[in-house]
Ligand binder design. Sequence first.
Ligand code: SF4
Length: 308
Amino acid sequence: MSDATAPRILSLGAGVQSTTLLLLSAEGRLPRLDAAIFADTRWESQEVYDHLDRLEREVAVPAGIPILRASTGDIRQDALDPAARYAQMPLYVRGTGGGEGMLRRACTAEYKLKALKQLVREILGYPYPQRIPAGLYVEQWIGISLDEASRAVGLVNEVSYMRSEFPLLFLPGGAGPTHLGWTRKDCERYLESQGFGSTPKSACIGCPYTSNARWRRMRDERPADWAEAVAFDERIRNGYARSIASGKPLHGEAFLHRSRVPLAQAPIDRVTRGEWAARQSDLFDELADEEQEERGCSPWACRGEDDG
Ligand code: SF4
């Protein structure tokens, strides 16, 4: 398959940058995508699913770009089901001896990357475990903006059948003006102008990387999601259901909040250093806070670690 015939797909995290790429392609300012793939952990907030539906209805379908949903399971249900296989979230742990740590994060690889790769294999006509012939690949767009260009390092062609392009950094193929050079702020301004200024963060409702600012918003604005996260936090205190059922409980306790306090009592009203720094750096502009705190989790750029 030559470059010209490689399917062009977007890894649609549904956040600011990937939403921008979808709109730019639909508008004809970037080459036309053949599909956009949303890797679904099935535990996103309703506002993310509503955003996806709106994108599909108002942008993708009119432009002839299918939005495909890929999933390997329900991250929340799998964690609570003793019979389900699961991939652990980066839970905060306090050991029986008092030592503190974090479980290794496997969820993004299982519920996002694997789901994306499985669907790409199907698009290419070689579902797992078939061997994909050498030279067959999709061109995969990843929404990484200029201000976070270092994130692109190491993401280039992790598997031979997905060749990464970063259109916010460079136009695919290098034709024309090769450097789009859009920052996250540029993307936000563009989305605002297109009526998508309220593009939400994509992340699991109970993601342990959630910042205090986002926990507060969830508690105050989305009480049903907050109640679900609090209930989940209580149920994973001794580890995942399958581990417990198989006689391998956690030697200690697990928590969603970094304070290692039950979420319902966690100090989420405390303004973290990162949140405070973001406010200081932009003259207390709320947008700076948003920029710091509202980064989401996408298959190739899980940004939760940045939350202050
Ligand atoms: S949002 Fe958090 S819990 Fe969900 S896949 Fe990403 S890192 Fe894991």
